[in-house]
Design a protein around this ligand. Sequence first.
Ligand code: IPE
Ligand code: IPE
Ligand code: MG
Length: 240
Amino acid sequence: MPLDDLDLSRIPRHIACVMDGNGRWAQAQNLPRTEGHKAGEHSLFEVVDGCLDAGVEWLTVYAFSTENWRRPKDEVRFLINFNEEILFRRRDELHERGVQIRFIGRRDWRVPKRLLTRMDEARALTRRNRKLVFTIAFNYGGRAEIVDAVRSIAASGVAPTKITEKTIARHLYDPQMPDPDLVIRTSGEYRVSNFLLWQLAYSELLFTDTPWPAFGREELFEAIARYQERERRFGGVDGR
Ligand code: IPE
Ligand code: IPE
Ligand code: MG
């Protein structure tokens, strides 16, 4: 689907992606699972590119969940090193394209110091960019995020009756992040897997069988086209 076929007045402001299916894509070609993660880098940058061209303002991707520590040690180690390497290798290019890099997730003892440093460097380098806010969810879990928000609200000493939905939203990892308009999950699983639980209350969900390494610009525009066919009601009746 070419960009020209989209209604440019109704581009989702925030797209979030569950980049799933790397391992199965690789195994289907008799390659180790890690080759699937490597191939996924190309898809990720195609999607960033597509978002820049379509005028999407926020892109959030699920890179590593709080549950992904359950994977074999070698795969976990690969994913950590690979994320660190990508940040180092591609940050200048993202910076030149006006992309602001942010992170959500728990900065706990399991995340190596070196990776945290890379994250901080990428964030600092790109903090003034305004074209696209590109958020990487690393060691992220929606439930952990809500737990962390509740802890910080409790620590603030606010009276229980004063706690509203806004209070909770203000204590999430990135209080500035708008709720996603469109959540895309690749590779044929119809679940949320602990992604952005609070934020996706009214998001449009789109599931595609295409595995992440085969997803790209065209598939992104196709997903936006499907989104534009939806009628969002937010509990009301008239689509407004
Ligand atoms: C998504 O691909 C990448 C991460 C979870 C880091 P998977 O590794 O989950 O691939 P499948 O789902 O096993 O095919
Ligand atoms: C979700 O994918 C996490 C990421 C894409 C980083 P998983 O592959 O971990 O999800 P499940 O285990 O199939 O639910
Ligand atoms: Mg998976």
